[in-house]
Design a protein around this ligand. Structure first.
Ligand SMILES: [Zn+2]
Length: 217
């Protein structure tokens, strides 16, 4: 079983949902830099305050800061992992490869969840988030409205302020200019480990596609 996995994809491609299910099914700890950063911000740590200077403007945190946070996490959680939306830049990917090489455990698989822009926008407009536990829900699918209690932790669900149209434009632009090159990077350095998944399909179908690939490798 392959246990060092990267999930890449644009906003609303379902990375978090798939990471949750894979983590549960295979017992691999998963993490997103977004969740780690939110946790740092919530606790008001120096890392969190540093991160807020960037995320507050809809920008990605610098590679160095992201890698620092992930490295601490890896040290605490051992050699298996499932990264949700990390690495986000080629710089982070290179640094991650270096860190893994030094421990003799390279990445096993990289999944790219692909989703057209129009579907990204539709999903974002429909999305409610829990700021406490990071869960997200499609409002129309669950019949939820703003302020309803999170089914996981009871905290009220909100439309995240980075989900408004202008901020989304910036996130998509950042994804295209910074993260798409990560896909090209893995396409060159690890082509046999990179798999593209159609994320416009339902959650179950996407999960089955990923599991099918995991079982074949
Ligand atoms: Zn919650």
């Amino acid at each position: 079983m392959k246990k060092r996995i990267v999930l890449l994809g644009p906003p609303a491609s379902g990375k978090g949902t798939q990471a949750d299910r894979l983590s549960l099914a295979y017992g691999v700890p998963h993490v997103s830099t977004g969740a780690l950063l939110r946790s740092e911000c919530e606790r008001g740590t120096s890392l969190g305050l540093e991160a807020e200077e960037w995320t507050g403007k809809g920008l990605l945190v610098p590679d160095e800061l992201a890698v620092r946070i992930i490295t601490v996490w890896m040290a605490e959680h051992g050699p298996s992992f499932l990264f949700d939306g990390f690495p986000r830049t080629v710089g982070q990917a290179i640094h991650l490869d270096e860190a893994l090489q030094s421990t003799g455990v390279p990445l096993d698989l990289i999944f790219l969840l692909e989703l057209p822009d129009a579907e990204i926008r539709r999903r974002i407009e429909d999305r409610l988030s829990c700021l406490k536990c990071g869960a997200t829900f499609a409002a129309s699918l669950h019949g939820f409205s703003d302020g309803v209690a999170c089914p996981r932790c009871g905290s009220p669900l909100v439309r995240r302020n980075d989900d408004n149209a202008l901020a989304l434009d910036r996130r998509l632009e950042v994804y295209k200019t910074q993260t798409m090159p990560v896909v090209s990077y893995y396409g060159k350095t690890a082509p046999s480990k990179l798999f593209r998944i159609d994320a416009a399909k339902g959650t179950d179908e996407v999960f089955d596609s990923i599991v099918g690939i995991l079982n074949r490798h």
